[in-house]
Design a protein around this ligand. Structure first.
Ligand SMILES: Nc1ncnc2c1ncn2[C@@H]1O[C@H](COP(=O)(O)OP(=O)(O)OP(=O)(O)O)[C@@H](O)[C@H]1O
Ligand SMILES: NCC(=O)N[C@@H]1O[C@H](COP(=O)([O-])[O-])[C@@H](O)[C@H]1O
Ligand SMILES: [Mg+2]
Length: 389
Protein backbone atom coordinates (compact mmCIF):
# COMPACT_ATOMS: atom_id res chain seq x y z
CA UNK A 1 0.00 0.00 0.00
CA UNK A 2 1.14 3.51 -0.70
CA UNK A 3 0.00 6.94 0.34
CA UNK A 4 -1.54 8.24 3.53
CA UNK A 5 -3.21 5.50 5.53
CA UNK A 6 -6.19 6.61 7.53
CA UNK A 7 -9.34 5.41 9.17
CA UNK A 8 -12.49 5.51 7.06
CA UNK A 9 -15.94 6.65 8.14
CA UNK A 10 -19.15 5.99 6.25
CA UNK A 11 -21.97 8.46 6.82
CA UNK A 12 -25.43 6.90 6.42
CA UNK A 13 -27.31 10.07 5.64
CA UNK A 14 -25.59 13.06 4.04
CA UNK A 15 -27.58 16.15 4.96
CA UNK A 16 -26.40 19.40 6.53
CA UNK A 17 -25.42 17.70 9.79
CA UNK A 18 -23.42 14.97 8.05
CA UNK A 19 -21.64 17.59 5.96
CA UNK A 20 -20.20 19.17 9.10
CA UNK A 21 -19.20 15.77 10.52
CA UNK A 22 -17.38 14.98 7.26
CA UNK A 23 -15.50 18.29 7.38
CA UNK A 24 -14.47 17.73 11.00
CA UNK A 25 -13.38 14.16 10.23
CA UNK A 26 -11.21 15.38 7.36
CA UNK A 27 -9.52 17.87 9.68
CA UNK A 28 -8.34 14.85 11.68
CA UNK A 29 -7.08 13.05 8.57
CA UNK A 30 -9.97 10.63 8.19
CA UNK A 31 -11.24 9.28 4.86
CA UNK A 32 -14.93 9.98 4.38
CA UNK A 33 -17.63 8.20 2.40
CA UNK A 34 -21.07 9.83 2.18
CA UNK A 35 -24.22 7.81 1.48
CA UNK A 36 -27.81 8.95 1.00
CA UNK A 37 -30.96 8.27 -0.96
CA UNK A 38 -30.34 11.02 -3.51
CA UNK A 39 -27.40 12.39 -5.50
CA UNK A 40 -25.35 15.44 -4.61
CA UNK A 41 -26.52 15.53 -0.98
CA UNK A 42 -24.70 18.15 1.16
CA UNK A 43 -22.15 15.77 2.74
CA UNK A 44 -21.46 14.16 -0.66
CA UNK A 45 -20.25 17.53 -1.91
CA UNK A 46 -17.35 17.51 0.58
CA UNK A 47 -16.64 13.77 1.11
CA UNK A 48 -13.87 11.76 -0.58
CA UNK A 49 -16.40 9.33 -2.05
CA UNK A 50 -20.15 8.91 -2.19
CA UNK A 51 -22.88 6.39 -2.99
CA UNK A 52 -26.61 6.64 -3.60
CA UNK A 53 -28.60 3.70 -2.22
CA UNK A 54 -31.90 3.04 -0.50
CA UNK A 55 -30.62 2.79 3.08
CA UNK A 56 -33.81 1.04 4.16
CA UNK A 57 -32.89 -1.86 1.86
CA UNK A 58 -30.90 -4.21 4.10
CA UNK A 59 -29.32 -6.17 1.24
CA UNK A 60 -28.16 -3.01 -0.56
CA UNK A 61 -26.80 -1.59 2.70
CA UNK A 62 -24.90 -4.76 3.54
CA UNK A 63 -23.44 -5.02 0.03
CA UNK A 64 -22.13 -1.44 0.18
CA UNK A 65 -20.64 -1.81 3.64
CA UNK A 66 -18.96 -5.10 2.74
CA UNK A 67 -17.54 -3.47 -0.37
CA UNK A 68 -16.20 -0.33 1.35
CA UNK A 69 -15.32 -1.90 4.75
CA UNK A 70 -15.44 1.41 6.71
CA UNK A 71 -13.83 1.49 10.17
CA UNK A 72 -16.85 3.40 11.49
CA UNK A 73 -20.43 3.38 10.21
CA UNK A 74 -22.08 6.65 11.30
CA UNK A 75 -25.87 6.85 10.99
CA UNK A 76 -26.93 10.43 10.27
CA UNK A 77 -30.69 9.89 9.90
CA UNK A 78 -33.16 7.49 11.53
CA UNK A 79 -34.50 5.76 8.42
CA UNK A 80 -31.88 3.04 7.89
CA UNK A 81 -32.17 -0.77 7.87
CA UNK A 82 -30.96 -0.94 11.46
CA UNK A 83 -31.57 -4.71 11.75
CA UNK A 84 -28.83 -5.06 9.13
CA UNK A 85 -26.60 -2.74 11.17
CA UNK A 86 -27.10 -5.03 14.17
CA UNK A 87 -26.01 -8.03 12.08
CA UNK A 88 -23.03 -6.14 10.68
CA UNK A 89 -21.99 -5.20 14.22
CA UNK A 90 -22.06 -8.92 15.07
CA UNK A 91 -19.82 -9.49 12.04
CA UNK A 92 -17.25 -7.09 13.52
CA UNK A 93 -18.17 -3.70 12.01
CA UNK A 94 -18.39 -0.66 14.31
CA UNK A 95 -21.69 1.22 14.26
CA UNK A 96 -21.85 4.65 15.94
CA UNK A 97 -22.63 4.89 18.77
CA UNK A 98 -23.97 1.30 18.76
CA UNK A 99 -26.24 -0.62 16.38
CA UNK A 100 -28.71 -0.98 19.23
CA UNK A 101 -28.86 2.81 19.65
CA UNK A 102 -29.55 3.24 15.94
CA UNK A 103 -32.18 0.51 16.09
CA UNK A 104 -33.97 1.81 19.18
CA UNK A 105 -34.09 5.41 17.99
CA UNK A 106 -35.10 4.46 14.46
CA UNK A 107 -38.69 4.33 15.54
CA UNK A 108 -40.37 6.25 18.31
CA UNK A 109 -41.69 3.10 19.92
CA UNK A 110 -38.28 1.56 20.68
CA UNK A 111 -36.83 4.62 22.35
CA UNK A 112 -40.05 5.59 24.14
CA UNK A 113 -40.50 2.16 25.69
CA UNK A 114 -36.83 2.09 26.75
CA UNK A 115 -37.05 5.56 28.33
CA UNK A 116 -40.39 5.15 30.03
CA UNK A 117 -40.87 1.44 30.71
CA UNK A 118 -37.27 0.25 31.22
CA UNK A 119 -35.59 3.34 32.67
CA UNK A 120 -38.62 4.93 34.33
CA UNK A 121 -37.92 8.39 32.91
CA UNK A 122 -40.80 10.89 32.99
CA UNK A 123 -42.41 11.18 29.51
CA UNK A 124 -45.74 12.28 28.06
CA UNK A 125 -48.39 9.53 28.28
CA UNK A 126 -48.47 7.58 25.02
CA UNK A 127 -50.28 4.93 22.98
CA UNK A 128 -49.63 3.34 19.60
CA UNK A 129 -52.05 2.70 16.72
CA UNK A 130 -51.89 0.86 13.38
CA UNK A 131 -55.24 1.84 11.88
CA UNK A 132 -57.65 4.74 11.97
CA UNK A 133 -59.92 2.70 14.26
CA UNK A 134 -57.05 2.05 16.69
CA UNK A 135 -56.13 5.71 16.52
CA UNK A 136 -59.62 6.74 17.61
CA UNK A 137 -59.32 4.38 20.55
CA UNK A 138 -55.82 5.66 21.44
CA UNK A 139 -56.93 9.31 21.31
CA UNK A 140 -59.83 8.33 23.57
CA UNK A 141 -57.34 7.00 26.14
CA UNK A 142 -54.86 9.89 25.96
CA UNK A 143 -57.43 12.68 25.61
CA UNK A 144 -57.12 15.90 23.63
CA UNK A 145 -55.12 17.87 22.85
CA UNK A 146 -52.57 15.22 21.87
CA UNK A 147 -49.74 14.94 19.37
CA UNK A 148 -49.83 12.30 16.63
CA UNK A 149 -46.63 11.27 14.82
CA UNK A 150 -45.58 8.49 12.45
CA UNK A 151 -43.30 6.17 14.44
CA UNK A 152 -40.61 6.71 11.82
CA UNK A 153 -40.17 10.35 10.84
CA UNK A 154 -38.08 13.35 11.75
CA UNK A 155 -38.10 17.15 11.54
CA UNK A 156 -41.83 17.06 12.31
CA UNK A 157 -42.79 15.28 9.08
CA UNK A 158 -46.28 13.81 9.36
CA UNK A 159 -46.73 15.23 12.88
CA UNK A 160 -49.89 17.07 13.93
CA UNK A 161 -51.75 18.20 17.01
CA UNK A 162 -55.17 16.63 17.51
CA UNK A 163 -57.34 19.17 19.33
CA UNK A 164 -60.62 17.32 19.27
CA UNK A 165 -62.17 14.10 17.99
CA UNK A 166 -63.01 15.88 14.75
CA UNK A 167 -59.26 16.19 13.92
CA UNK A 168 -58.46 12.48 14.18
CA UNK A 169 -58.94 11.59 10.53
CA UNK A 170 -56.92 14.55 9.28
CA UNK A 171 -54.12 13.66 11.72
CA UNK A 172 -54.14 10.07 10.46
CA UNK A 173 -53.86 11.26 6.84
CA UNK A 174 -51.05 13.67 7.74
CA UNK A 175 -49.13 10.84 9.44
CA UNK A 176 -49.62 8.47 6.52
CA UNK A 177 -48.33 11.06 4.07
CA UNK A 178 -45.41 12.32 6.16
CA UNK A 179 -43.68 9.19 7.47
CA UNK A 180 -40.21 8.36 6.13
CA UNK A 181 -40.74 4.64 5.84
CA UNK A 182 -43.97 3.29 4.50
CA UNK A 183 -45.29 2.05 7.81
CA UNK A 184 -48.71 2.91 9.15
CA UNK A 185 -47.95 2.78 12.86
CA UNK A 186 -48.29 6.05 14.78
CA UNK A 187 -47.65 7.24 18.34
CA UNK A 188 -50.22 9.32 20.18
CA UNK A 189 -48.67 11.50 22.89
CA UNK A 190 -50.26 13.56 25.59
CA UNK A 191 -49.73 17.25 24.74
CA UNK A 192 -47.20 18.70 27.18
CA UNK A 193 -47.73 22.42 27.73
CA UNK A 194 -44.06 23.03 28.44
CA UNK A 195 -42.54 26.33 29.55
CA UNK A 196 -39.56 25.74 27.31
CA UNK A 197 -37.80 22.93 25.54
CA UNK A 198 -34.11 22.19 25.33
CA UNK A 199 -31.56 19.93 23.71
CA UNK A 200 -28.91 18.74 26.12
CA UNK A 201 -25.96 17.70 23.97
CA UNK A 202 -24.31 14.82 25.79
CA UNK A 203 -21.10 13.10 24.77
CA UNK A 204 -19.80 9.67 25.72
CA UNK A 205 -16.08 9.35 25.02
CA UNK A 206 -12.90 7.86 26.49
CA UNK A 207 -12.96 10.88 28.81
CA UNK A 208 -16.34 9.82 30.24
CA UNK A 209 -19.69 11.58 29.88
CA UNK A 210 -19.81 15.36 29.41
CA UNK A 211 -22.62 17.84 28.76
CA UNK A 212 -22.72 21.01 26.67
CA UNK A 213 -24.55 24.06 27.98
CA UNK A 214 -28.30 23.58 27.41
CA UNK A 215 -29.66 24.73 24.05
CA UNK A 216 -33.12 26.31 24.05
CA UNK A 217 -35.21 26.12 20.90
CA UNK A 218 -38.49 26.93 19.23
CA UNK A 219 -40.21 24.53 16.86
CA UNK A 220 -42.90 25.23 14.29
CA UNK A 221 -44.91 22.33 12.85
CA UNK A 222 -42.52 19.96 14.65
CA UNK A 223 -39.40 21.40 13.03
CA UNK A 224 -36.88 23.74 14.60
CA UNK A 225 -36.76 27.35 13.46
CA UNK A 226 -34.60 28.93 16.15
CA UNK A 227 -32.11 27.77 18.81
CA UNK A 228 -29.88 29.49 21.34
CA UNK A 229 -27.19 28.62 23.85
CA UNK A 230 -27.04 28.80 26.80
CA UNK A 231 -30.67 28.41 27.81
CA UNK A 232 -31.02 29.79 31.34
CA UNK A 233 -32.11 27.09 33.78
CA UNK A 234 -32.12 26.64 37.54
CA UNK A 235 -29.41 24.48 39.13
CA UNK A 236 -32.09 21.95 40.05
CA UNK A 237 -33.37 21.74 36.50
CA UNK A 238 -29.84 21.38 35.11
CA UNK A 239 -29.11 18.54 37.54
CA UNK A 240 -32.42 16.84 36.66
CA UNK A 241 -31.77 17.23 32.91
CA UNK A 242 -28.23 15.84 33.21
CA UNK A 243 -29.46 12.89 35.22
CA UNK A 244 -32.03 12.00 32.54
CA UNK A 245 -29.44 12.48 29.78
CA UNK A 246 -26.90 10.29 31.59
CA UNK A 247 -29.43 7.49 32.06
CA UNK A 248 -30.65 7.40 28.48
CA UNK A 249 -27.19 7.73 26.90
CA UNK A 250 -25.73 5.05 29.20
CA UNK A 251 -28.55 2.74 28.12
CA UNK A 252 -27.73 3.35 24.45
CA UNK A 253 -23.97 3.04 25.01
CA UNK A 254 -20.99 3.49 22.68
CA UNK A 255 -18.96 6.59 21.89
CA UNK A 256 -20.42 9.68 20.27
CA UNK A 257 -22.56 12.74 20.78
CA UNK A 258 -26.28 12.53 21.57
CA UNK A 259 -28.97 15.22 21.43
CA UNK A 260 -31.26 14.67 24.41
CA UNK A 261 -34.56 16.53 23.89
CA UNK A 262 -36.32 17.60 27.07
CA UNK A 263 -39.45 19.56 27.97
CA UNK A 264 -39.24 21.88 30.98
CA UNK A 265 -42.55 22.18 32.81
CA UNK A 266 -43.79 23.47 36.15
CA UNK A 267 -43.82 19.84 37.40
CA UNK A 268 -40.27 19.08 36.33
CA UNK A 269 -38.48 17.79 33.27
CA UNK A 270 -39.88 15.34 30.73
CA UNK A 271 -37.80 13.23 28.38
CA UNK A 272 -39.02 13.68 24.77
CA UNK A 273 -36.57 11.88 22.49
CA UNK A 274 -32.86 11.45 21.79
CA UNK A 275 -30.75 11.51 18.64
CA UNK A 276 -27.65 9.29 18.89
CA UNK A 277 -25.90 11.82 16.63
CA UNK A 278 -25.50 15.60 16.28
CA UNK A 279 -28.74 17.52 16.54
CA UNK A 280 -30.11 20.22 14.22
CA UNK A 281 -30.66 22.67 17.11
CA UNK A 282 -26.97 22.11 17.99
CA UNK A 283 -25.76 23.83 14.81
CA UNK A 284 -25.44 26.90 17.05
CA UNK A 285 -22.36 25.25 18.63
CA UNK A 286 -20.45 26.03 15.41
CA UNK A 287 -20.15 29.59 16.76
CA UNK A 288 -20.66 29.26 20.51
CA UNK A 289 -18.25 26.50 21.53
CA UNK A 290 -14.53 25.86 21.10
CA UNK A 291 -15.46 22.43 19.70
CA UNK A 292 -18.74 22.18 17.79
CA UNK A 293 -21.12 19.25 18.29
CA UNK A 294 -19.77 17.86 15.01
CA UNK A 295 -16.14 18.02 16.15
CA UNK A 296 -17.15 16.47 19.47
CA UNK A 297 -18.96 13.61 17.72
CA UNK A 298 -16.04 12.65 15.52
CA UNK A 299 -13.51 12.96 18.34
CA UNK A 300 -15.58 10.68 20.53
CA UNK A 301 -16.10 8.19 17.69
CA UNK A 302 -12.38 8.00 16.90
CA UNK A 303 -11.60 7.29 20.54
CA UNK A 304 -9.86 10.62 21.16
CA UNK A 305 -10.16 12.43 24.49
CA UNK A 306 -12.51 15.36 25.12
CA UNK A 307 -11.04 16.85 28.30
CA UNK A 308 -13.17 20.03 28.22
CA UNK A 309 -15.90 21.73 26.22
CA UNK A 310 -15.94 25.50 26.47
CA UNK A 311 -18.83 27.81 25.78
CA UNK A 312 -17.01 30.81 24.32
CA UNK A 313 -20.01 33.08 23.80
CA UNK A 314 -23.78 33.11 23.95
CA UNK A 315 -25.21 32.57 20.48
CA UNK A 316 -28.23 31.73 18.36
CA UNK A 317 -29.19 30.01 15.13
CA UNK A 318 -32.15 30.54 12.82
CA UNK A 319 -33.19 28.42 9.85
CA UNK A 320 -33.96 29.43 6.29
CA UNK A 321 -36.57 27.27 4.59
CA UNK A 322 -37.98 26.85 1.10
CA UNK A 323 -41.70 26.93 0.32
CA UNK A 324 -41.82 25.40 -3.15
CA UNK A 325 -40.62 22.21 -4.81
CA UNK A 326 -38.04 23.11 -7.47
CA UNK A 327 -34.47 22.48 -8.63
CA UNK A 328 -33.47 25.88 -10.07
CA UNK A 329 -32.99 27.98 -6.99
CA UNK A 330 -30.53 30.27 -5.26
CA UNK A 331 -30.11 31.38 -1.67
CA UNK A 332 -29.80 35.16 -1.99
CA UNK A 333 -28.88 37.83 0.53
CA UNK A 334 -25.79 36.14 1.94
CA UNK A 335 -23.73 39.32 1.57
CA UNK A 336 -26.38 41.40 3.32
CA UNK A 337 -26.60 38.93 6.21
CA UNK A 338 -22.82 38.79 6.55
CA UNK A 339 -22.73 42.58 6.78
CA UNK A 340 -24.17 42.19 10.27
CA UNK A 341 -21.36 41.85 12.84
CA UNK A 342 -20.78 38.46 14.51
CA UNK A 343 -22.90 36.65 11.93
CA UNK A 344 -22.17 33.52 9.91
CA UNK A 345 -24.16 31.70 7.25
CA UNK A 346 -24.19 28.05 6.20
CA UNK A 347 -25.87 27.32 2.88
CA UNK A 348 -26.33 23.55 2.69
CA UNK A 349 -26.32 23.17 -1.12
CA UNK A 350 -29.25 20.72 -1.30
CA UNK A 351 -29.93 19.98 -4.98
CA UNK A 352 -33.62 20.85 -4.79
CA UNK A 353 -36.08 22.69 -2.61
CA UNK A 354 -39.24 21.24 -1.10
CA UNK A 355 -42.05 22.75 0.91
CA UNK A 356 -40.65 23.43 4.38
CA UNK A 357 -37.17 22.09 3.53
CA UNK A 358 -34.31 23.64 5.48
CA UNK A 359 -31.85 25.14 2.99
CA UNK A 360 -29.52 27.28 5.14
CA UNK A 361 -28.94 28.49 8.68
CA UNK A 362 -27.62 31.72 10.16
CA UNK A 363 -25.44 31.71 13.25
CA UNK A 364 -24.76 34.68 15.51
CA UNK A 365 -22.98 35.50 18.75
CA UNK A 366 -23.49 38.38 21.18
CA UNK A 367 -22.83 39.25 24.82
CA UNK A 368 -26.36 38.15 25.71
CA UNK A 369 -28.51 35.36 24.29
CA UNK A 370 -31.44 37.70 23.64
CA UNK A 371 -29.27 39.97 21.51
CA UNK A 372 -27.93 36.97 19.57
CA UNK A 373 -31.50 35.80 18.91
CA UNK A 374 -32.51 39.20 17.61
CA UNK A 375 -29.47 39.35 15.34
CA UNK A 376 -30.19 35.86 14.03
CA UNK A 377 -33.76 36.83 13.24
CA UNK A 378 -32.58 39.91 11.40
CA UNK A 379 -29.89 38.00 9.48
CA UNK A 380 -32.34 35.24 8.49
CA UNK A 381 -34.83 37.83 7.23
CA UNK A 382 -32.17 39.04 4.79
CA UNK A 383 -31.82 35.61 3.22
CA UNK A 384 -34.27 34.32 0.65
CA UNK A 385 -34.72 31.20 -1.43
CA UNK A 386 -35.37 32.46 -4.96
CA UNK A 387 -36.27 30.77 -8.24
CA UNK A 388 -35.45 31.46 -11.87
CA UNK A 389 -39.03 30.98 -13.02
N1 LIG B 1 -46.03 15.44 23.44
C1 LIG B 1 -45.76 16.67 23.00
N2 LIG B 1 -46.31 17.75 23.62
C2 LIG B 1 -46.06 19.00 23.18
N3 LIG B 1 -45.26 19.28 22.14
C3 LIG B 1 -44.68 18.26 21.49
C4 LIG B 1 -44.89 16.90 21.89
N4 LIG B 1 -44.19 16.10 21.07
C5 LIG B 1 -43.57 16.92 20.21
N5 LIG B 1 -43.84 18.21 20.45
C6 LIG B 1 -43.31 19.39 19.73
O1 LIG B 1 -42.93 18.99 18.41
C7 LIG B 1 -41.51 19.04 18.26
C8 LIG B 1 -41.04 17.91 17.38
O2 LIG B 1 -41.36 16.67 17.99
P1 LIG B 1 -40.34 15.46 17.94
O3 LIG B 1 -39.01 15.89 18.44
O4 LIG B 1 -40.95 14.29 18.59
O5 LIG B 1 -40.31 15.25 16.35
P2 LIG B 1 -39.19 14.89 15.35
O6 LIG B 1 -39.90 14.80 14.07
O7 LIG B 1 -38.45 13.71 15.84
O8 LIG B 1 -38.24 16.10 15.32
P3 LIG B 1 -36.64 16.13 15.10
O9 LIG B 1 -36.27 14.98 14.25
O10 LIG B 1 -36.45 17.45 14.41
O11 LIG B 1 -36.05 16.12 16.47
C9 LIG B 1 -40.95 19.01 19.67
O12 LIG B 1 -39.66 19.57 19.72
C10 LIG B 1 -42.02 19.84 20.40
O13 LIG B 1 -41.86 21.23 20.14
N1 LIG C 1 -34.15 16.80 12.60
C1 LIG C 1 -33.26 15.93 11.94
C2 LIG C 1 -32.36 16.73 10.99
O1 LIG C 1 -32.31 17.93 11.03
N2 LIG C 1 -31.63 16.01 10.14
C3 LIG C 1 -30.81 16.60 9.12
O2 LIG C 1 -31.61 16.91 8.00
C4 LIG C 1 -31.20 16.10 6.89
C5 LIG C 1 -32.39 15.72 6.01
O3 LIG C 1 -32.83 16.87 5.40
P1 LIG C 1 -33.88 16.84 4.17
O4 LIG C 1 -35.14 16.26 4.73
O5 LIG C 1 -33.98 18.27 3.76
O6 LIG C 1 -33.28 15.95 3.10
C6 LIG C 1 -30.50 14.91 7.49
O7 LIG C 1 -29.66 14.28 6.57
C7 LIG C 1 -29.78 15.59 8.64
O8 LIG C 1 -28.62 16.26 8.22
MG1 LIG D 1 -37.22 16.07 18.04
Amino acid sequence: MTGFQSKTIMMLGSGELGKEVVLEAQRLGVKTIAVDRYENAPAMQVAHASHVINMLDGAALRALIEQEKPDYIIPEIEAIATETLMELEQDGFTVVPTAKAANLTMDREGIRRLASETLGLPTAKYEFANTLEELKEAVGKIGTPCVIKPIMSSSGKGQSVCRSERDIEACWTAAMEGGRAKKTRVIVEEFIAFESEITLLTVRSVSGTAFCAPIGHIQQDGDYIESWQPHVMSETHIAEAEEIAKKITDALGGYGLFGVELFITADGIYFSEVSPRPHDTGMVTMVTQDVSEFAIHIRAVLGYPIPAIRLLSPGASRTVKAWEEKTDYAVNGVGEALALPDTQVRVFGKPETKVGRRMAVVLTIADEVEEARQKAEQAASLLSVDYQS
